[in-house]
Write a protein that binds this ligand. Structure first.
Ligand code: NAP
Ligand code: MG
Length: 480
């Protein structure tokens, strides 16, 4: 059963994926809690079949495909994704609760990523190296062969595209495992690949549960690299499993990013921009700036502006055109969010806005600000992945930096100041892979993205994203 209501075109994507012996997975619409679609999960046996098909495709034609031809395939995929944009937005709206306007933007981001890597292929080469011997030394970049991309549910489509576009551009064949809650748009990516004429086996999508398919995929001897985005817990598990055969891994994991507001900032601008920095995607964002640190003298003004801007956010039915924040992805994510806020309430922390569930249908929660937090509070230290921001004040720059770095994570963050010296000093001192000054944007197709500390290893996007899917090979030709 696939709900057609509201879907702009024929919505039955999933049934095309039926395979003999495959099991049905019911997908839930987080806006209602009701089943909205059924898809067919891959079986464990499919892992080996997929790896063999990918190896065959790699050795057969893909390895020999010249970069200019690969670039043509990538550009064709971008065009097909653009054509599927509306379906992709609706798919993520149905199975993830993503507001349509965000889904369209993310589909566009996916197409843009393919276009970007198609363009980059023309300039991605090796080096000529002046070595200490007569002859000629040069490097080329070689792909791994078969790589696996494991994708989370919070940005199902763009993250699938980041991994796939970079890996294909570098010359690999890709097996993609979407999150069990949000496989739909990844299946549309496979549809785009087919329509773009990508040779069979070059991109395969295996929907199914991570606890079942994860280990067979990660430990398969034919898989040379695993690119994972998700929780630190599963990232750690993958890294351990990959150690057995020294498999390459890149891990984009959790975060608890700081948002540091100095008194010399444009405080009003910071206050109005900061709700988006933590509540976008209903807080289900590894980059969410959920630890707000404000200099004491401007805290009251900042909080007033922040709460005012938060109350203007349009939270509700993700299928409505003007909705900005939809529901949480599933019941458990709602319960996790509720339990952190309840714990804060019990400890007597002040909740200045939000703090409760919206309605009884679906998994909606109000954007929430908790103030007066202590350093050891769980909601201050741990990634909630819901629309909850916590706030503390500081007195000195040194204290701000120390607190910003007091986390196991180091993915992202913002700092707000009009002092150029301070901006540079603090930007360098904060331990994170990405940082924005006087802005909350730090993820761009053209720039490297990834974390330090327990936020992960490796980078996606930009030139670094392409390099992450290949290794340099050095060749020396002796003097004849
Ligand atoms: P998760 O378990 O890490 O899921 C991420 C991906 O890994 C999914 O595709 C998942 O498949 C797969 N997976 C699960 N177990 C696996 C295994 N043993 N081997 C290989 N892959 C496996 O994350 P979650 O449980 O959905 O969310 C838990 C928390 O993780 C969130 O609350 C949040 O704090 C964090 N998170 C972070 C990000 C991020 O962008 N950094 C994204 C998502 C979640 P299934 O969906 O089938 O389990
Ligand atoms: Mg999990």
């Amino acid at each position: 059963m696939i709900a057609a209501d509201g879907f702009p075109e024929e919505p039955a994507v999933a049934w095309k994926w039926k395979k003999d012996g495959a099991r049905v997975r019911k997908l839930t619409d987080p806006a209602t809690g009701e089943v909205c679609a059924e898809i067919f999960d891959s079986r464990v046996e499919d892992v080996d079949l997929a790896v063999k098909a990918a190896e065959k495709a790699f050795r057969g034609s893909w390895q020999k495909t010249i970069p200019a031809k690969r670039a043509e395939f990538l550009a064709a995929m971008a065009t097909k994704i653009d054509a599927l944009k509306e379906k992709i937005a609706w798919a993520d709206c149905w199975n993830m609760g993503k507001p349509l306007q965000s889904g369209r933007g993310e589909a566009g981001n996916g197409a843009g990523t393919f276009r970007y890597y198609a363009g980059l292929l023309g300039s991605a080469g090796g080096q000529v190296v002046p070595v200490a011997k007569e002859g000629f030394d040069f490097t080329i970049r070689v792909p791994f062969g078969v790589v696996v991309g494991i994708v989370p549910w919070n940005f199902p489509f763009p993250i699938a595209c980041w991994k796939t576009a970079a890996a294909l551009a570098a010359g690999n064949c890709v097996i993609l495992k979407p999150a069990q809650f949000t496989p739909w748009s990844a299946l549309l990516l496979a549809e785009a690949a087919r329509e773009a004429g990508l040779p069979e086996g070059v991109l395969q999508v295996l929907p199914g549960g991570g606890s079942e398919l994860g280990d067979p995929l990660v430990t398969h001897p034919g898989v040379r690299k695993v690119s994972f985005t998700g929780s630190t817990e599963i990232g750690r598990h993958i890294m351990k499993m990959a150690a057995n055969d020294i498999k390459r891994v890149s891990l984009e994991l959790g975060g608890k990013s700081p948002n540091v507001v100095f008194a010399d900032a444009d405080v009003d601008k910071a206050a109005v921009a900061s709700p988006g920095a933590v509540f976008d995607n209903t807080g289900q964002d590894c980059c969410a700036r959920s630890r707000i640190l404000v200099e004491e003298g401007v805290a009251e003004r900042f909080v007033k502006g922040f709460v005012g801007a938060t109350q203007k956010l349009k939270v509700g039915d993700p299928k409505k055109e003007d909705t900005e924040l939809g529901p949480l992805v599933h019941q458990k994510q709602l319960e996790t969010t509720e339990s952190y806020v309840e714990a804060a309430r019990k400890k007597g922390r002040k909740i200045l806005c939000g703090g409760k569930r919206i309605g009884s249908k679906g998994f909606f929660y109000e954007p929430t600000l908790i103030v007066g937090c202590e350093k050891g509070d769980s909601w201050w230290q741990e990634e909630i992945f819901g629309p909850v921001a916590s706030l503390r004040t500081f007195r000195t720059e040194e204290e701000a930096v120390q607190e910003a770095n007091d986390s196991i994570y180091g993915l992202s963050g913002s700092l707000w100041t009009l002092g150029l010296d301070r901006a540079l000093r603090v930007a360098l001192a904060i331990e994170s892979g990405n940082l924005s000054v006087n802005s909350h944007s730090s993820v761009f197709t053209q720039a490297p993205f990834g974390g330090v500390k327990q936020s992960g290893i490796g980078r996606e996007l930009g030139q670094a994203g392409l390099e992450g899917f290949s290794e340099p090979k050095n060749i020396f030709i002796g003097k004849p």
